[in-house]
Design a protein around this ligand. Sequence first.
Ligand SMILES: [Zn+2]
Length: 283
Amino acid sequence: MFEPVKLDEARKVIAVEWWKDIGNRRPLPALLEAIIREADDRRRAYWFRGQCCASHPLIPKVHRKYDRRVETNLVNLFRSQAPARCGKCPAFEDHAGWLTLMQHHGLPTRLLDWTNSPLTAVYFAVGNRPPHLNQCANRSADGFSAVWALDGFTLNRTVSLAVGLDDTIELMPILSQEAVDLEPHVLGPLVEAAFFPNVAAASGLAEAVFPIQTHPRMMVQASRFTLHSDRTAALEGMRFAGDFLIKFPIPRDMEEEIAWELGRLNISEEALFPDLDHLAASF
Ligand SMILES: [Zn+2]
């Protein structure tokens, strides 16, 4: 196992400027080499996330757009109307299962998507995006997209510390109702607060969790999640963020070539979305 990180509040989140010494190399191998080098140097396991703009905060969609009342209405509407449309829905009281299903189908939730694969993250930063992402209002103002690397075990240690729990044990819970029911401090209220407005939940918290991979797309994309309490829980603004986050900006003028290189490696829409709609659209 990896050595625990020595927590240091003063450590800043670094932005690795990998393109500055690129020489004659192609951009995708140069970026991947920088990602692997940083992870090796720190001797930690990282998850990855691609974002269309480097300046976007690491906060899930429901907290970017809505308050807690709207969030609860959304989960209630979905949970009450989904069973007639879904052959194998989670049990009604399986809140963790419902959050996973809602995220999978694009409902704004308090989950943020991560992947165990740096290549998949690069794809979501620069690849052919769905139209709604191409319309990002910030895109022309921000000269970079980005891949973020997250050490989820260290994030969870800092959250344990924040709520007064033992921070010496490195834990990664499964996003399951079993874990939610047994954990009254962080995971339990973080999930239940999405469903019940009367659940008192601390603000500014996020936890890294292993999802239960219920769909082939989650397996292919090596899906991971962070779970966030509210709009103040942006990862890059959290205490000790420099200990668990690294940013790899990608200059806009390299995006097209990187997207082409990804295609050569078969990192594509139809490979990452293994369903019949994407297969048909790929021909
Ligand atoms: Zn954007």
